[in-house]
Ligand binder design. Structure first.
Ligand code: ZN
Length: 325
């Protein structure tokens, strides 16, 4: 693979400043139970600090949301009460951000691949695979019957309204669940904020994003945690989650080792995306990178359009409606 200058710079940057402290597939073929050392009470919840009998641990607490294709990573240190609170409060907004793409990328949640619909479009799994129904006057003008073509959705497919900071909190919660026990202290202020024990207003929360086209570029999905090894003013813990066609990169806010950030220094956050693995060898098209600011507290709708590569299509003749007069 030939790396571009930007990619080479990113590789050098991360080699110099970071070490990988957690690296896992989202489907290891078996449950991977992440657990903290137990105290005399046994398991302790990372989020409320309680253990049995004050709280229960009956639910399977996914360390990465299940709808992001996490089949393996389970947290043993998230009680049922916190599990329900965090899922309802934050994960729903992250799920809504995906809009129709959860259906298009066939990202299964608890209840399978969700169906997306509005008055003009329905996208969902049928008996033979993904089915897309579109109501539009001039559909044929968007189709080519004599060979491969790119089909761009001719109707609007907005997301449901979602609150950006809540979607960001769902990501941050994931990093707090995956964090090795010896670094948990660094996540404590973020956990207090997630649990609403501490208030914080962010003027910006960057989420570095990448989209790679094509079928399942990340395979079973992947998650990484990086810890800063230098004393330079970069975020102490980055987390990278890659699944289906998407990659999110974000840092854990308020780490004690990020005291520099509290002094209003944010210029350094304008930094490299973690090196991507596709380069110019990926046959389905270029990876697009973006930087979101997910600090907003008001619900917003994500407008998006998307395209498919279509090899060939077949026209079904629909018999004319019978005249039943
Ligand atoms: Zn708890």
């Amino acid at each position: 693979m030939t790396l571009s200058k930007t990619q080479l710079e990113a590789v050098a940057f991360y080699d110099q400043h970071y070490q990988v402290i957690f690296d896992s597939s989202l489907n290891e073929g078996r449950p991977v139970k992440l657990s903290d050392p137990e105290d005399e009470k046994g398991r302790i919840c990372r989020f409320c600090g309680l253990g049995k009998p004050e709280v229960t641990f009956k639910n399977v607490a996914h360390a990465v949301p299940e709808f992001l294709a996490n089949k393996s990573l389970v947290s043993m240190n998230e009680c049922d009460t916190c599990n329900e609170f965090l899922a309802h409060k934050y994960e729903d907004d992250l799920a809504k951000w995906f809009g129709p793409m959860r259906s298009v990328s066939q990202m299964k949640g608890k209840k399978g691949v969700p169906t997306y619909k509005n008055e003009n479009v329905r996208i969902g799994m049928g008996s033979k695979g993904l089915e897309i129904g579109i109501v539009t006057e001039d559909l044929e003008s968007h189709l080519k019957f004599d060979g491969p073509f790119t089909f761009t959705m001719p109707v609007a497919t907005p997301s449901q309204p979602f609150v950006p900071i809540n979607a960001a909190k769902a990501l941050i919660k994931t990093a707090c669940s995956l964090c090795p026990p010896e670094l948990l202290n660094e996540c404590k202020p973020a956990i207090d904020w997630l649990m609403e024990r501490a208030l914080a207003n962010m003027s910006m929360f960057p989420v570095l994003f990448a989209f790679t086209p094509g079928p399942m570029p990340y395979g079973d999905g992947k998650v990484l945690l990086l810890k800063r090894k230098s004393h330079d003013e970069y975020p102490f813990i980055w987390c990278i989650i890659a699944t289906a066609n998407y990659r999110f990169q974000f840092f854990v806010p308020f780490c004690p080792s990020d005291a520099w950030m509290m002094k209003g220094k944010s210029a350094q956050l304008n930094m490299h995306h973690f090196p991507d693995v596709f380069g110019d060898k990926w046959p389905h098209g270029k990876t697009c990178f973006g930087n979101f600011d997910w600090s907003g507290k008001e619900p917003i709708v994500k407008e998006q359009s998307f395209s498919f590569h279509v090899e060939s299509i077949k026209k079904n003749e629909i018999p004319p409606a019978s005249n039943s007069k």
